[in-house]
Ligand binder design. Structure first.
Ligand code: FAD
Ligand code: NAP
Length: 331
């Protein structure tokens, strides 16, 4: 990797990569700390909440649409003085200081500290037929594609909050929705489970996985189900298949440079957002596979900005050892 001598080169004290709740909150705090942060929006401005409908657990809003909430947050971030840049980081060098991040357009962003808030993205089953019908009946976003299934039959795969919410949302359009789960208990919270049970349009299919997606040349018309207990297979006719089986952290950029767990989540010191590289902080879904909520991500964004501020002021910060434990320190 080249150093920061590119034609288009920008320096900041704090570079925030990501524009979800974590990145935006880090931006607000860093700007209020007079650190003039640059925030890179990435491929999904506003992050994951822009593909959902009602958010009912964001404090201060009894119910708010995800895209609306993120638009408001973005507005607040800009008003706070954060420079929000529509760009995508494709390479980083955290072995040098200032750190270097390069965008797909070739801009070199150098920075004294970095807040990594790149979040996570939808996971797929990995079937060839699933990939073949993606966008033609297979989707990972009911909010985006549910409308196309008015009066039709759909299925959602998964047993977490996302799967249940996708199934509930689809009942606004579809005539019937199957929720297919590989076990016989859901991971989704009690409120969602209660709503699920109360919805007559949803039918659970327990202990089953999708073995194949069926269709004609243009669209999906069914799936092959495999029972996870006895291996028997059966067919189900449907028009839309929504995959909601979780997410992968967007950390490929940082592989080999930041310590990660076996699933690719960035390791941070306990009670901190400090990564294995002093001056680099990680906030939100990119480092959290337990809570993965907007409000916890925002909280971590706040922590990251405050820790960056302390780091820049020359205070000791946390740091993690190779085994992931806190190698040090006091703030
Ligand atoms: P994200 O929101 O994932 O944002 C990541 C950001 O990083 C994006 O802006 C992206 O553009 C950027 N980025 C990625 N790669 C790069 C790169 N290479 N260069 C530059 N930028 C990059 N949580 C709740 O609390 N309540 C809910 O009701 C709720 N509903 C949900 C519904 C759905 C369908 C989903 C999928 C999630 C839901 N969640 C909900 C979870 C919540 O959305 C996430 O926990 C939260 O958005 C994580 O925030 P984040 O800032 O860490 O990352
Ligand atoms: P999740 O909680 O990790 O659940 C993923 C589900 O998919 C699990 O039930 C899992 O089965 C199943 N699964 C995983 N891989 C599979 C495969 N290959 N084949 C079939 N099934 C598979 O993910 P999520 O539902 O996307 O939620 C992510 C986070 O966001 C969670 O923390 C959730 O609470 C949060 N969220 C919150 C809200 C809310 O608060 N209203 C809404 C949406 C999301 P097993 O159960 O067998 O592992």
């Amino acid at each position: 990797m080249q150093d920061g001598q590119a034609a288009d080169s920008r320096h900041s004290k704090v570079l925030i990569i990501g524009s979800g709740p974590a990145g935006y909150t880090a931006g607000i705090y860093a700007a209020r700390g007079a650190l003039s942060p640059i925030l890179i929006e990435g491929p999904q401005p506003g992050g994951q909440l822009t593909i959902t409908t009602e958010v009912e657990n964001w404090p201060g809003d009894e119910s708010v649409l995800g895209p609306e909430l993120m638009a408001r947050m973005g507005e607040q971030v800009r008003k706070a003085g954060v420079e929000v840049v529509s760009d995508l980081i494709v390479d980083v060098d955290l072995t040098r200081t200032p750190f270097l991040a390069i965008s797909d357009g070739g801009t070199h962003y150098t920075a004294d500290t970095i807040v990594v808030a790149t979040g996570a993205s939808a996971r797929w089953l990995g079937l060839e037929s699933e990939a073949a019908y993606r966008g033609r009946g297979v989707s990972a976003c009911a909010t985006c594609d549910g409308f196309f299934y008015r009066g039709r039959v759909c299925a959602v795969v998964g047993g977490g909050n996302t799967a249940v919410e996708e199934a509930l949302y689809l009942t606004n359009f579809a005539e019937k929705v199957y929720l297919i789960h590989r076990r016989d208990t859901l991971r989704a919270d009690r409120t969602n489970q209660r709503r699920l049970r109360a919805n007559p349009k949803i039918e659970m299919i327990w202990n089953a996985e999708v073995a194949e997606v069926l269709g004609d040349t243009s669209s999906v018309n069914g799936i092959v189900l495999r029972n996870t207990r006895d291996g028997t297979t059966s067919q189900l006719s449907l028009h839309g298949l929504f995959i909601a089986i979780g997410h992968d952290p967007a950390t490929a950029l940082f592989k080999g440079q930041l310590h990660m767990d076996e699933e690719g989540y960035i390791l941070v010191a306990p009670g901190s957002t400090a990564t294995s590289v002093p001056g680099v902080f990680a906030a939100g879904d990119v480092q959290d596979k337990l809570f993965r909520q907007a409000v916890t991500s925002a909280g971590m964004g706040c922590m990251a900005a405050l820790e960056a501020e302390r780091y820049l002021a020359g205070h000791n910060t946390h740091m993690i050892a190779t085994d992931g434990t806190d190698a040090n320190l006091q703030i």
